[in-house]
Design a protein around this ligand. Structure first.
Ligand SMILES: C[S@@+](CC[C@H](N)C(=O)[O-])C[C@H]1O[C@@H](n2cnc3c(N)ncnc32)[C@H](O)[C@@H]1O
Length: 377
């Protein structure tokens, strides 16, 4: 092979990989948009929008759609750059295979009529008879997103990831991955082998963030907690699939240790003080009442080691895009997110400060917001 081929081949491979990534994301985006367009049309037939909702839809300006498109492109660019800079293996960008997507899709569609019915009749605390709801906090025992069985069944856990992908037009993982670079920067100060570092993902759900953390921190000790046994079972399944033997394995250099998953309330984490160098929490805070948000932050502070980093990723807030505030408020009712209006006005900076975190960086990507908080050393 000539020296030119040596130089050109990697650049070409990079270019092709980037092109594949862009095409995949575009496909997901079209799929999400088409799904939403069709399901909204059908929903309007069974439950016609009221005057306020019609006015809200009419108020959408082309500039807003352009802005959202621009935000999506910036997010995906950043996702690609972080992979290129080695924050995580680029194979992670493709870790959402369409085959599993498409297998679950008919089930998502079959579940839609019952979510509509629940939404129309405002039935927000409806569970299958075999589901045990005792012992959970009252704010939790409800059908968030009008989803069947809330967070408490295997069916719900099976459908959740695709539902989130459809909601965000295929960008949910790209938004989750934005915690990885600041977490890596924050953890650099600990001069110890990676295998001695501990990272906790609070409310880990089906384990997607933990899987990404594994890619970015191949040897670290990973921990995940969630209130839902069903979601933890799904996380266990996802994380167990990470194999060291597959030919193109993005996770090839990682430890074979599985993340430790524990069912627990984020308000009372089952770990000793100062145990983790890094702590994360993705898409939980908008589903908690204000005082609970504070208790979870206090707990994150307690279990994070001095000098360690705690990162929250959640929805953007009213202050970040005032022009979409009416849509954010509408989200509370249409998606049954009872604490959302309170959340979008809440200062998590003040809460982090109250807990004792020193320096806090805040930024947004597409429709997510990030708080990177450091516990004073
Ligand atoms: C919107 S999902 C986010 C899941 C996951 N982090 C993700 O990125 O997809 C919210 C998760 O928080 C969990 N959860 C809600 N309240 C909780 C609490 N107080 N303690 C622990 N987990 C909780 C739910 O069971 C659910 O898995």
């Amino acid at each position: 092979m000539s020296i030119y081929q040596n130089a050109i081949a990697p650049a070409m491979t990079d270019f092709l990989t980037q092109l594949t990534y862009q095409t995949l994301q575009q496909g997901k985006s079209y799929f999400g948009l088409a799904h939403k367009a069709v399901s909204n049309q059908l929903f309007n037939l069974v439950s016609p929008p009221n005057e306020a909702q019609k006015a809200l839809l009419k108020s959408v300006k082309p500039e807003l759609l352009q802005d959202l498109q621009q935000r999506t492109e910036t997010l995906l660019k950043k996702d690609w750059q972080d992979a290129e800079q080695g924050i995580y293996p680029s194979e992670i960008l493709f870790d959402n295979p369409w085959d599993s997507f498409l297998k679950v899709y008919p089930w998502v569609c079959l579940d839609i009529p019952s979510t509509w019915e629940r939404s129309r009749e405002q039935r927000t605390k409806e569970f299958s008879p075999d589901i045990e709801t005792a012992g959970y906090p009252s704010y939790y025992v409800r059908n968030f997103h009008n989803q069947t069985d809330g967070y408490l069944s295997d069916q719900s856990a099976e459908l959740y990831d695709l539902q989130v992908e459809l909601l965000f037009n295929g960008t949910a993982d790209a938004m989750r991955r934005r915690i990885l670079a600041p977490l890596r920067r924050g953890m650099q100060q600990f001069e110890q082998p990676e295998r001695e570092l501990r990272i906790l993902d609070i409310a880990c759900g089906t384990g997607r963030t933990l899987k990404m953390l594994r890619g970015a921190f191949p040897k670290a000790q990973l921990f995940g907690t969630d209130l839902s046994q069903a979601y933890l079972r799904k996380a266990n399944e996802l994380l167990s699939q990470v194999s060291n033997f597959l030919p193109f394995n993005p996770f090839g250099n990682q430890t074979k240790d599985l993340p430790q998953l524990i069912q627990s309330n984020a308000e009372a984490l089952p770990y000793q003080d100062n145990y983790f160098e890094g702590t994360s929490c993705v898409f939980l805070f908008h589903e908690l009442p204000g005082p609970v948000r504070q208790r979870v932050i206090d707990e994150a502070f307690r279990v994070t080691r001095p000098g360690g980093t705690f990162i929250i990723c959640d929805s953007i807030q009213a202050i970040d895009m005032p022009e979409i505030q009416p849509f954010l408020e509408n989200f509370q009712t249409t998606f049954h997110e009872p604490f959302y209006c309170d959340y979008i006005q809440d200062s998590l900076e003040a809460r982090l400060d109250k807990a004792g975190f020193g320096q806090v960086e805040v930024f947004t990507h597409f429709v997510s917001k990030y708080w990177v908080a450091h516990k004073p050393a």
